[in-house]
Write a protein that binds this ligand. Sequence first.
Ligand SMILES: Cc1cc2nc3c(=O)[nH]c(=O)nc-3n(C[C@H](O)[C@H](O)[C@H](O)COP(=O)(O)O)c2cc1C
Length: 439
Amino acid sequence: MAGKGFTVKKDWDNPMEHAMPAGVRVPAEVRLGPVVVAPATVLAPMAGVTDTVFRRFIRHASLFTTPSEAAREDSDSHPSHKNKDVARVGHPECLSESEIEAEVTNAQSGCGLLMTEFTSADGLARMRESKRKRYLTFYDDEHPIGAQLFGSNADTLAEAARIVEDTGFDTVDLNLGCPAKRVVGCNGGSGLLRDLPKVGEIFRAVRKAVAIPFTVKFRMGWNHSQIVCVELARMAEAEGLNAVALHARTREQGYSGQAHWEWIAAIKQAVGIPVIGNGDIRTPEDAAAMVAQTGCDAVMIGRAAPANPWIFRQIAQYTAAGSYDRPTVEDRYRMIRAYFSMLLEEVDTSNAAAEPGQKSPYAGKETAGKMKQFASWFTHGVPGGAKLRGDIYHAKTGADVLAQVDAFFTAQLASGSDAALLPDESEAEAYPEGALVCD
Ligand SMILES: Cc1cc2nc3c(=O)[nH]c(=O)nc-3n(C[C@H](O)[C@H](O)[C@H](O)COP(=O)(O)O)c2cc1C
């Protein structure tokens, strides 16, 4: 559902290095109305990225690394591990979707709330029931999960929010950040930042329509001379929304420059509902630094998640122990194979469920595209990763991508380069152009 025509940065501009602030950590939990988000970390909605496979992958990411002895003992003794062997993934074979223990707690995964990709309220309201299900697919182990909507018509958004609630989502979120021309052109996404009375109308209509927590994610304003985020947050509180999330950039900024965390702090000063901070978190240190600098109640992580799916787990480790594990090349290999097998299982499930004449969202070309995209993210920081990314760019099928990945990692492991790698050791093209079309 992502729109075309907006160029976004593939990587962070001049990423800032943060030291872990003394005594400040990402909060253990935040409450969005009755929904407990623990720990207070949120996977950002990302069009083309945060589908059900990716979300579950993030939820289970802690299972795909070789656990340290201490962590292994800890997880073995965890009461929620009915099958202790599931925690032991030190063998080279990865777990497939069906082998994954469904009861990884959020505390173990480190990610307190998952979010869908943004979904058009107009589209949802018009779709047949069977098609809606495809857009709003999620599994039991994704709770708590929020669905994000975009649109500009209050009644349509209210109807779409009701559909989201009926589908079983825990929260519904309104997108006021998308800079894509196709969305802004219909007054959706960040286009609404220029029409606060309309936003008020939407807040009231959606609030009245659903009982589940209702949140909003927005940018600071259209540009630096029209900053509206504090006013917007106050409106959200007054209309009974349960939390606000700020991507601390303007629409005009796109993804360039630094995120202006001082505006997250300003919103925190202005409202009593939870404030979720977003923008430029790449490491556990960044996450804690954002909490220290802004007082935000939760952190939301976008681009770092596909590049380093361990980030949520690392934040949890850092919070608990002041240090965190870094993935080895073998961990990356295990992880990419795990992601591929989850994707392929979802392809089978989704194809089997598609009605005659209906296209599955994971039809052949899309699956190969997703495999390429993820192979490209996951090999950042791995020596020689740029060559692999060049090779898989030309791959035609999922099997070709897999063969390239297998050959690459086999050679890496044979050469003994199984070193722990820093998550930010990335090269220029951290995100493939095609994926970066919306916010
Ligand atoms: C590929 C991609 C797709 C995105 N799609 C959405 C979206 O559907 N809805 C939304 O609110 N933000 C979207 N965003 C923005 C992110 O949610 C987040 O606000 C932004 O990336 C800044 O956070 P970060 O620095 O942690 O990446 C998208 C970002 C990327 C990179």
